[in-house]
Structure formats: structure tokens, C-alpha cells
Design a protein around this ligand. Sequence first.
Ligand code: IPM
Ligand code: MN
Length: 331
Amino acid sequence: MTTYNIALLAGDGIGPEVMKEAVKVLKLVERRNADVNFELNDVLFGAVAYFETGKAFPDETKAACDKADAILKGTIGLNHEDSQKIPVDEQPERGALLPLRRRYNTYANFRPVYLPKGLANFSPLKASVVGEGIDIMLIRELVGGLYFGEKETGVDEQGRRFVREVLEYDEDQIRQIVRVGFEVSMKRKKVMHNIHKSNVLKSSVLWNAIVEEEKANFPEVEVINILVDACATYLCLKPTMFDVMVMENMFGDILSDQGGGILGSLGLMPSACKGPEKSYYEPSHGSAPDIAGKGIANPYSMIGSVALMLEMSFGMEKEAKNLWDRYARRI
Ligand code: IPM
Ligand code: MN
């Protein structure tokens, strides 16, 4: 019997209701696999944690995550008005989500933009553009760049307010995510789009140099370098030309939401955030406070995240595939 301990971070808004569906799926998988046992540990995270304990990422939650084999997260965040009731540094994005990413150094974020033909009607794109379906693995660096760089706000000598945010990467950080891109490409179509902005950003110049160096270790993979702005256009015009895409944090934040737009909803985009020792899994969408509690939130993205967890953390590839196939068919 193998026991997997999973920390469940349901969070805010629709988080608890989509998590409930994820738990049903886990129970089903457990029933079907007599030798597997899931130990589920429900803990507070996000605004709900702040209101109960004064901390968006309480120590008890940290301890539960530390001992878990994997972390399954729902959604966090409140509407703009309610957010203002929480001090800036404890607001769930800054106070819980980014610290979670940092704590486990979850540098590799996988966001599959997957639209099988059966779901093509969800996409706002024409049937001729969707073709036989879209199947992109968008890989986003998740713990570096602008998100985690030094930040300063102040008033200059002329009395003007200013802000300074630093985009920083070192070659090791770039290399580790680029390698993930190559490794995933080897398992798929051996074509990798490298997203950059080297005509303006020096960070992209270094990034591209590392891609070039690493290419020597993966001679079978074809690398296609594409500027981030052009990439945004091609994602709409010809999404089927992409397979694996690799990019830095901020580009990935934006292009993955565009991926959600192509699918017809971020509700169709699960995600996996992988660190050297621990990974966490979460839907890419927000907490949708406007529909919370109405029982109409689509758990697809949450259930897709369970599939990613089964595959990537527990090596249960067959069950993961099963889930994708069944769920995608039924919807
Ligand atoms: C995402 C989200 C987060 C991000 C926010 C909630 C901090 O938009 O996971 O894409 O910007 O990374
Ligand atoms: Mn985002």
C-alpha cells in the first residue's frame, strides 16, 4: 500500500466548491487503485486564512505543506473592495501565493493549453483555426524575474513619486527552466518555441544565449525563437503551430491567460508548479467571487490539476490520462 499525503488549500471564492469536486475524483481514483491511499489534509490559505488567523499563509499550513507529498490548491483572492480590508502584505497574492512559490522554489510552471476537438465549441476561434484541436504545453518560469526582483517606491528630488522594480535572472535559474523545456520537448514533438524580447531586454539576450548553449545537449529538438509580441499574435492566428513553449515569469503570466482565452475560458486551464522537492497544483483561474457559492463554477481546471498531480507527483500516468479522456469527453 502506498500512502500519499496531500495538503488541500481550498482558499477563497469558488476554491472550496471546486476543491470538493477534486476530492470526489481523488476518492474515485483511490477506490479504483486498491494499493493507493490518499491522506487528505485540509488547511487554511488565502483571505480565509487571514480572517481566521491574521496570516494569509499560517504556520500550520506551512507545516502541513512541508510534510505533504504534494499540494493541491484551489483559488485565492477577494473582490477589489474586500481586498482593501486586508493589509497590502497579507493580501492573498502577496501574502500567500508568492510565498508558497518561493518556499518550495516551484520554478517550473506547466500550463497546458489543451483543447481536444470535442471541446472546440468552447473556443472563440473559428473551427478552421482550431483544426484537429490545440495541444500546447506552456512552460513558465515561476520564481524569478520581475515578480521576485527588488522593489522600491519613493519620492525623488523633484517631489515626484517613483517606482523601481528589478527584472533579475542568473544563468542557473534560466538554465534549469530551459532544460525543463527541452526535456518536455523530447517527450513530445521535439519542437520548442523560445519566447523572448531580445530586441529590447538584456534579460532576454542572456536567456537566448542559455537556450543556444543548452541546445547542444538536445540536438534532436528544433528551437524556434519568437518575440513575445509576435507570439501573442500567432497564438490567435495559428495556435496549432505551437507545441512546447518556454518563457520567463511575466511573459508566461500574460501568454497563459491568452491561452485561456483561446480555450474559451481560464476555467479550462489547470496547472502544475514544480520545485526540486515539492510541487503544487492549481487551476490557473481566479477565485471568481461573483459566482462563489452558487454551485455553477466549472471544476474542469481543478480536476485537470488533479490529473497533473497524479501524473507528475505520484507517477499515476494511466489514471491521469483516464481523467483527461473521460472528463474532456463528458463536458
Ligand atoms: C497566476 C496568477 C498569479 C500570477 C497572481 C494571482 C499573483 O495570475 O497564477 O497566473 O500573477 O502569477
Ligand atoms: Mn496570471
